[in-house]
Write a protein that binds this ligand. Sequence first.
Ligand code: IPM
Ligand code: MG
Length: 356
Amino acid sequence: MKIAVLPGDGIGPEIIAEAVRVLRALDERFEIEFADVGGAAYERHGHPLPEATLKLARGADAVLFGAVGDFKYDGLERALRPEQAILGLRKSLGLFANLRPAILYPELASASTLKPEVVSGLDILIVRELTGDIYFGTPRGRRSAPDGAFAGQPEAFDTMRYARPEIERIARVAFEAARRRSGKVTSVDKANVLETFQFWKDVVTEVHAGYPDVQLEHMYVDNAAMQLVRSPKSFDVIVTGNMFGDILSDEAAMLTGSIGMLPSASLNERSQGLYEPSHGSAPDIAGKGLANPLATILSAAMMLRHSLDRAQQADRIEAAVKKVLAAGLRTADIVAGGARAVGTGEMGAAVVAALG
Ligand code: IPM
Ligand code: MG
């Protein structure tokens, strides 16, 4: 079992350290190898995704990823920005299926900005296509100057594109996930305006013919954004393209009030996967021991379940997290007014202690 661990920038190294501590407590024999990624890799090797890091990730059974990015790299040309590391990993490992659960832990109901009756018991799964769409269309016509500026260039564009097999395989992931849940899929598109998404809608409908036991509804993305705050519990599995999925998954995460709690998995056709917290690198609190390590610890649980075939150990991590929450432990992002918050290390140690 080889795990590539890529801590990255900002709070990445702190939260990853706690997840690794939990993994080691479960089994000392995991083969864990670290490598640089993102801004940290740019500083040390001149590139956000060095060849050695990519090679390690390719050869591993799973990748545990912290976070990348910092405003200080905004001026760099696009190819050298930290975000290119995660996009490069997704593309080169073929990680097309991004699973982003948004679960409201009962203990944290008060953390949501929405009324408790709107969000209590919330448990939705966003299945975001991750290697196509406008993210990876040919950015033709762009003539990036070395300093990243457009220097008088008259226009810029990115092309939105989906090939049939790309839609078919993500639709299958969504329908299969729905079978293990409450049996409903909402496919989110913009078919009223975009050809790419009329195609998306048609292909999802075709694939659905093979899943008569699953209910399929179609929804325009603007309406979906609205329904997510109006009645989020009317959703179960949401399947959508890369761009809409990026936006809606942030919205869904924040319904729970605790983006510091939410893990994610990005899988390829061989179930090799990259696991990362849904939140970013939070450079403003980096190095202070304030970050919530639970999203990363729960990402490690997803890794054990989806890539390493160790569902029992995944269950143990998830149970331990519930236990520490029930015991009242809270990092600063989820603490209720007045209560004492614990630090990153204290939270990690508590999870280890609760593993039982
Ligand atoms: C995400 C992030 C990334 C994305 C960025 C960092 C490239 O926002 O994982 O949602 O846009 O996919
Ligand atoms: Mg995003």
